[in-house]
Design a protein around this ligand. Structure first.
Ligand SMILES: NC(=O)c1ccc[n+]([C@@H]2O[C@H](COP(=O)([O-])OP(=O)(O)OC[C@H]3O[C@@H](n4cnc5c(N)ncnc54)[C@H](O)[C@@H]3O)[C@@H](O)[C@H]2O)c1
Length: 369
């Protein structure tokens, strides 16, 4: 099988490509514009493989997309390319509208034109897999507001109610994909996943940001009280889920993917601090606290800042459909995955340095009301 993966130089896309090249005989063509979030260095483990190709292409460029389809003749498309950071979408929604909505439209049209011309043997096997987020569902009741909150989870039937420009643009792209299946018969599948974490995560997202700030003795920003709940999934479990869906998923279906790991943001930050206290003690790094005294515990760097406008309070996924239909379950617990993640960042500080090219220095984004 040859897979066309968009956004393969990003956090999840690179995990998907590493998984496919390392665990199968399939071939991959990676279509990526290489925005600030795309780093080919995340693919060095597999970039020498004869089964891997890279195309430096913007998914909004229909002419370039047609050429990629014609040149590489893929069997399936896995569409991950997107603008993905909520705070950035608040500061500047235009790129999100362009890539996430217009880019998905261009890719759907390029895929449809290609699929229509496939021969009768290949046409029924073609798949367009759209990778989306649980943020399209809006937020769920929080245990502090509602006694029965824990029983309420996002299912594949939950109505869409996105809160941020990011999630609204992803919701729009999901609607386009569903419409292209209903109207044109394009064989599509959609997956909606919860928050991912793990190696090669760009340092603007919560977990790598906290690890890197802590190691430099900088404040660890907590939005509001930090009681927002996310359902965390280790990125390699997500990559395995996506590869399962592209091979075994039903055309027209949606699958929710989650890790059964509901954690408050503040708990996540405290867990990272505890791991760093064990693996890279502040005293060994000669760090000082804000008052100039020696830093003894990373948790003393926790700093509450004004909450994000429109911040969703709780996400939690019911992943029983993918478990029952496709036999997928996550293998990492939050504790095992977080330990691996912290260890990876400690061993790959040079990667972190290189991907921050000067345009982003871990400053606060998306604070405007
Ligand atoms: N990170 C998460 O927790 C999470 C959870 C659920 C779903 N998702 C979805 O998974 C997908 C991947 O997320 P991620 O965290 O890896 O994102 P990311 O920001 O790390 O990577 C996005 C990739 O897309 C590329 N890209 C952006 N605009 C492009 C364009 N116009 N043309 C071609 N390439 C372009 C970037 O260069 C980058 O390599 C996204 O669609 C996102 O909505 C992410």
């Amino acid at each position: 099988m040859k897979l066309l993966v968009t956004g393969g130089a990003g956090f999840i896309g690179s995990a998907v490509i590493r998984h496919i090249i390392q665990h199968s005989q399939d071939a991959v063509v990676n279509v990526d514009k290489l925005t600030y979030a795309g780093n080919l260095e995340s693919l060095t483990a597999i970039s020498d493989s004869s089964r891997y190709r890279f195309e430096h292409v913007d998914i909004c460029d229909r002419v370039a997309l047609d050429k990629v389809f014609a040149d590489h003749q893929p069997d399936v498309v896995m569409h991950l390319a997107a603008e993905s950071h909520v705070d950035r979408s608040i500061d500047g929604p235009a790129d999100f509208i362009q890539t996430n909505i217009v880019g998905t439209y261009q890719l759907l049209e390029a895929a449809r034109a290609y699929w229509l011309n496939l021969d009768q043997q290949r046409k029924p096997c073609f798949r367009f897999h759209h990778i989306s987020t649980d943020e399209v569902y809006g937020d769920l009741p929080h245990p502090s507001d509602c006694a029965l909150a824990a029983e309420q989870l996002f299912t594949e039937q939950t109505p869409y109610a996105p809160s941020s420009p990011y999630s609204a643009s992803k919701a729009s792209s999901d609607h386009l994909v569903r419409a292209w299946q209903r109207t044109y018969g394009l064989p599509t599948i959609i997956t909606n996943c919860s928050n991912n974490y793990g190696p090669y995560h760009f340092p603007e997202k919560l977990i790598p940001l906290v690890i890197l700030n802590a190691l430099e003795g900088k404040p660890l920003p907590i939005y509001g009280t930090g009681d927002q709940i996310r359902d965390w999934l280790y990125v390699e479990d997500h990559a395995r889920a996506l590869y399962t869906v592209i091979r075994q998923g039903r055309v027209g279906a949606t699958y929710n993917i989650g890790g059964h790991n509901e954690k408050q943001n503040i708990e996540v930050v405290r867990s990272i601090c505890a791991l760093l206290d064990e693996l890279a003690p502040a005293s060994d790094r000669h760090l000082t606290a804000a008052d100039g005294s020696p830093l003894t515990h990373y948790a003393s760097l926790l700093t509450h800042v004004a909450d994000r406008p429109g911040h969703d309070r709780r996400y939690a996924i019911d992943a029983s459909k993918i478990q029952q239909e496709l036999n997928w379950v996550p293998t990492e617990t939050f504790e095992s995955g977080l330990r691996k993640t912290v260890q990876w960042y400690l061993e790959n500080l040079a990667w972190c340095q290189r991907v921050q090219d000067g345009s982003y220095q871990r400053q606060r984004l998306g604070a405007q009301q």
